[in-house]
Ligand binder design. Structure first.
Ligand SMILES: Nc1nc2c(ncn2[C@@H]2O[C@H](COP(=O)(O)OP(=O)(O)O)[C@@H](O)[C@H]2O)c(=O)[nH]1
Ligand SMILES: [Mg+2]
Length: 271
């Protein structure tokens, strides 16, 4: 098990020695974080679809799975893949600590252990088609600090959603838009790539949430840091297997966090 404070300490040490050095000639690296909780049926398929993209990506790719005590065999599947792959690592946490905290631990570990230039967020359940990573990586490589894969731009959408599900998502997005005012159309999207600068700033900020509202708090931080934004369209697909962890209580927390953010903001260090 890896304690969060240990990871934070590494980040601080390492970030001092991995500042961008133009004399250091190497392909730019993308560290993709995949949080899992009971994703046994999905994770191997996802990783093999990501691996098939390697030659088409303008960035060199490594993967970190952050698992929160899955009891369905997800860990065994990940370990089997790790035996054959140098590019996959696992952060194993004891129990469900929230998707936001999984990302933060993944970012901190990636920043410390790799010399990554970019960090990605992606669900393990195949709802985020990995092929979109090609366009996202290009946008990042061309200079955007925050690339958001978006359902709400031309060419994007969601597959197989009921009217209610669509309304809930639209309302959450609308509320987030009013409260965060970040220059993107899909503020609740959890499919993103960020620059090292954006992630370093995020890791220095004390967020108020560990759950799904992480997505809007992090956007707020990037906006306050004057990061550059870019959006790439995508279709959010149906969950192939397993169950969502997004329940009503999380949605209520999300709304609470959005309103708090709109009213009081967050204290963001700007470098
Ligand atoms: N490690 C970890 N992963 C989580 C947690 N909550 C959700 N996930 C993972 O985050 C991704 C998105 O969650 P999901 O339940 O599919 O959310 P939805 O797509 O909004 O319904 C999936 O890969 C989940 O397995 C958590 O607390 N910890
Ligand atoms: Mg999902």
């Amino acid at each position: 098990m890896m304690a969060a404070h240990t990871i934070q300490k590494w980040t601080k040490m390492e970030s001092e020695s991995t500042q961008h050095d133009p004399r250091y000639d190497r392909p730019r690296k993308l560290c993709l974080i995949i949080p899992t909780y009971n994703e046994k049926e999905n994770i191997a398929k996802l990783i093999s679809r990501i691996e098939a993209l390697r030659d088409k990506l303008p960035l060199e790719l490594s993967l970190i799975v952050v698992d929160d005590g899955s009891a369905d065999g997800t860990l065994e599947v990940v370990r089997q893949i790790m035996e054959k792959s140098d590019n996959l690592r696992l952060i194993k946490r004891p129990n469900l600590l929230g998707i936001g905290s999984a990302y933060l631990d993944g970012f901190a570990f990636g920043l410390a252990a790799d010399r990554s230039d970019y960090f990605g967020e992606m669900d393990a359940d195949l709802q985020h088609p990995p092929e979109v990573l090609i366009e996202m990586s290009k946008a990042a490589n061309e200079g955007a600090d925050v690339v958001v894969a978006s359902r709400y731009v031309k060419g994007g959408g969601s597959v197989g959603w009921s009217f209610t599900r669509r309304m809930v998502s639209r309302s959450a997005n609308y509320l987030a838009k009013i409260c965060v005012r970040a220059p993107v159309s899909d503020l609740t999207s959890g499919f993103r790539i960020m620059s090292k600068k954006a992630i370093s700033g995020l890791l220095q900020t004390k967020l108020s949430t560990r759950g799904y509202a992480f997505q809007i708090e992090s956007l707020y931080v990037y906006k306050k840091m004057n990061m550059t934004f870019s959006e790439v369209p995508y279709f959010f697909e149906e969950r192939k297997s397993g169950e969502t962890k997004l329940h009503w209580i999380e949605m209520a927390r999300f709304a609470g966090t959005a309103i708090k953010l709109g009213l009081f903001g967050l204290n963001v260090r700007k470098g």
